[in-house]
Design a protein. Structure first.
Length: 349
């Protein structure tokens, strides 16, 4: 059964995963939800550098299990510090496969990015086999640093959201989710629509170019209108952006608290996430990216559109191979303060 009351967050002991936990806990606190924190590892091929904790004995299941408990203890303390209820899971097996299976059970998964290897590398390392390519629920990818290694600050309150929109079913679903997300936070929503290949038109301000831009704006107005009726108090801004959608949304990530995007779409959004990872939005955004996966949208079309896309195939946790629910001791408060200060020096309670 789908757990509508919990957000799943993945941790591996890296600062990036603890930062994702902080963001997920802050989101859960606002939404009145709990956290399900999961640490996944596989043996015997699990390398000694895979955990950023104390796991050094290659192939030693007891050592790996002990380290996973310690990691979960720290992550749970981050949630506790925000007053958010959290349960903990240890999972053995390939992380991508495990998280894809778990995505059938939740409405949102949060993971960190730009850690030093570990979970982020395995879940996002190659787009052809990454979690956003196969997940059955939306994924939020929380950046740890920018491209230059500068630590990114995360706001407690989400006040500005940007969404990439086109006329594909993925773009429409992303727009729908972003509107509901923004309305729930009382945030403003900026809807971006990219116009590819406009540089090939004659003249810098030709009638042809103006006609294309006006056509895109008309289409954008038509997509937004039903949502303005649904959310009459939602502040919506519209932007038609010439050129690359990746560049437009990456730029938007510098000024918005969250960027929402579908994983597939026509026009400017084709290959946005599932093309080259070196050029993709997930690699360069400096604010959390809320990904609406292809499978989530497609599965929803054949089932109840008001439920999780995989609600017909979700299994209870005890039916998923390798999943162990475990209670962990709370980490020392001083240790958690050190972690939070390290992952975000500008953090305020």
């Amino acid at each position: 059964m789908v757990n509508d009351k919990a957000i799943l967050v993945g941790v591996d002991g890296s600062d990036a995963s603890y930062k994702a936990t902080w963001w997920a806990a802050n989101y859960a606190k606002h939404a009145g939800l709990m956290l399900q924190i999961v640490c996944a590892y596989s043996l015997p091929s699990y390398a000694a550098v895979s955990f950023d904790a104390t796991y050094t004995a290659l192939g030693d299941d007891n050592a790996a299990h002990s380290d996973a408990q310690e990691i979960l203890s720290r992550a749970k303390a981050i949630a506790d510090d925000q007053g958010v209820e959290a349960a903990t899971l240890i999972v053995t097996g390939d992380p991508v496969s495990v998280f894809v299976e778990l995505s059938r059970n939740y409405n949102l998964i949060v993971i960190g990015n730009r850690g030093k290897g570990g979970l982020a590398e395995r879940l996002l390392g190659t787009t052809s086999s990454s979690l956003p390519a196969y997940a059955y629920c939306p994924i939020v990818v929380v950046p740890y640093t920018d491209d230059d290694g500068n630590l990114m600050h995360l706001n407690n309150t989400i006040s500005k959201i940007a969404v990439g929109s086109d006329e594909s079913k993925w773009g429409l679903k992303a727009l729908e989710i972003a509107a509901g997300f923004a309305n729930g936070w009382g945030a403003e929503l900026n809807v971006l629509s990219a116009v590819p290949n406009i540089d090939g038109l004659t003249g810098s301000d030709s009638a042809e170019e103006r006609g294309v831009m006006e056509s895109y704006m008309e289409d954008l107005d038509a997509r937004i209108k039903p949502l303005q009726v649904l959310y009459p108090n939602l502040r919506v801004y519209k932007s038609i952006v010439p050129g690359s959608a990746v560049n437009a949304l990456t730029k938007a990530s510098h000024n918005y608290d969250v960027v929402v995007v579908g994983s597939r779409g026509r026009g400017g959004f084709t290959g946005l996430l599932l093309g080259s990872t070196s050029q993709g939005l997930l690699q360069h955004a400096v604010s959390p990216v809320y990904v609406v996966p292809r499978k989530y949208v497609e599965a929803a079309e054949s089932g109840d559109k008001n439920k999780n896309a995989a609600s017909m195939t979700a299994m209870s946790l005890d039916q998923i191979s390798g999943v162990e629910s475990i209670d962990v001791e709370k980490a020392d408060p001083e240790q958690i303060r050190d972690i939070e200060e390290h992952i975000d020096p500008l953090h305020k309670d």
